[in-house]
Design a protein around this ligand. Structure first.
Ligand SMILES: Nc1ncnc2c1ncn2[C@@H]1O[C@H](COP(=O)(O)OP(=O)(O)O)[C@@H](O)[C@H]1O
Ligand SMILES: [Mg+2]
Length: 324
């Protein structure tokens, strides 16, 4: 199998509202792929199509080498899907849930018990194994759900926003689990709204925007697509901040609380000077500045910045007097 997931032209509309407008994906086996996008971007829709739970309107896809339409049950046997909301039975203990899943996956009683014990230990749940899932913390619940999905040893695992709503510590624990899965050769397809998570976990990242993959590559490749640096300007007063913000529709970062604006720059003295002059023509309103290297956040914002409105505002501000 040369690709774990391959999709061409996936399209989906709900009541004539397009959600996916032609998604192409190619994910090598044993890698972690992150589909990144804000709420409503179509991440879950993409996952559901690849997991054979939703039919696309058009396009084709193969998962673990099987066609999502013609070989639906084979796809389902090769994958596991873990959602944002845990699917385990709250009225049973962690151990009971996993034993039941193992029995459903076709294991005998003794083998199911052994498999459950192994997964509980691997996910740090041995101590809580005998407690009802109802009493678990959010992080524990997410882990037992993930463990349940691994009972059948899937080739491809879909994690739909696995860390949404988790506290920072549980999030970090889950990151370790995902890294460990990939190290064991499982292909991981995860969706996230967190750039930091994609940056940290994924071999490749795709940004879903307006129903298409707006950019795809390693986190480093994506970062190299935006101007390398960001100039952060801290203004002296709130009024000065508002004036500078009005002159800078291309700002990618706004923080009124600290009166700071961030703008893309190539980092040369010439460009930094030009930006200072543009935002602070009188030369008295910028209190401090700092140069920062690009983050995935900057990539995301530059890809998803609204188009026409910004272009219009920019035209009007360019008529304002500036000295370069
Ligand atoms: N079953 C459905 N019926 C109608 N609209 C849906 C359905 N599922 C998703 N949508 C819509 O499709 C869009 C994308 O949803 P979704 O894939 O859940 O996004 P994400 O997971 O990125 O938040 C949203 O506008 C959502 O309201
Ligand atoms: Mg979703």
């Amino acid at each position: 199998m040369s690709t774990a997931i391959e999709a061409t032209g996936l399209t989906k509309s709900y009541r004539a509202v397009p959600v996916l407008r032609g998604i192409d994906l190619r994910i090598p086996p044993g890698t972690v792929f992150a589909l990144l996008g804000p709420n409503g971007a179509g991440k879950t829709t993409t996952v559901r199509i690849l997991a054979t739970l939703t039919e696309p309107d058009a396009g084709t896809a193969a998962v673990a080498g099987y066609d999502i339409r013609a070989e639906r049950s084979r796809v389902r046997r090769a994958i596991s899907l873990t959602g944002q909301f845990a699917a385990v039975d709250e009225g049973q203990t962690g151990a009971e849930n996993l034993r039941m899943m193992a029995r459903l996956a076709g294991l005998g009683r003794a083998a199911a018990r052994a498999r459950a014990g192994e997964l509980l230990a691997r996910f740090g749940l041995s101590e809580a194994a005998g407690r009802l899932v109802r009493t678990y913390s959010g992080g524990m619940r997410r882990r037992v759900d993930l463990a349940a999905g691994l009972v059948g040893e899937p080739e491809v695992i879909f994690l739909d926003e696995p860390t949404t709503g988790l506290d920072p510590r549980s999030r970090r624990e889950l990151w370790d689990i995902v890294s460990d899965l990939a190290a064991r050769g499982t292909t991981v397809f995860l969706t996230t709204q967190y750039l930091e998570e994609a940056d940290r976990l994924a071999d490749r990242v795709a940004v879903l925007h307006d129903g298409v993959i707006a950019a795809q590559g390693t986190a480093a490749e994506l970062k190299s697509r935006v101007p390398g640096d960001r100039l952060d300007l801290t203004l002296t007063t709130s009024d000065a901040y508002l004036r500078a913000a009005a002159r800078a529709p291309h700002a990618t970062h706004h923080d009124p609380a600290t009166r700071t604006l961030g703008l893309p720059t190539d980092g040369t003295a010439r460009h930094v000077r030009a930006l200072l002059d543009e935002l602070d023509p009188g030369g008295t309103e910028v209190a401090r500045f700092a140069l920062r290297t690009a983050t995935l956040d900057d990539v995301f914002l530059s890809l998803t910045a609204p188009g026409p409105a910004v272009a219009h505002e920019r035209t009007t501000t360019e008529e304002a007097p500036t000295h370069v």
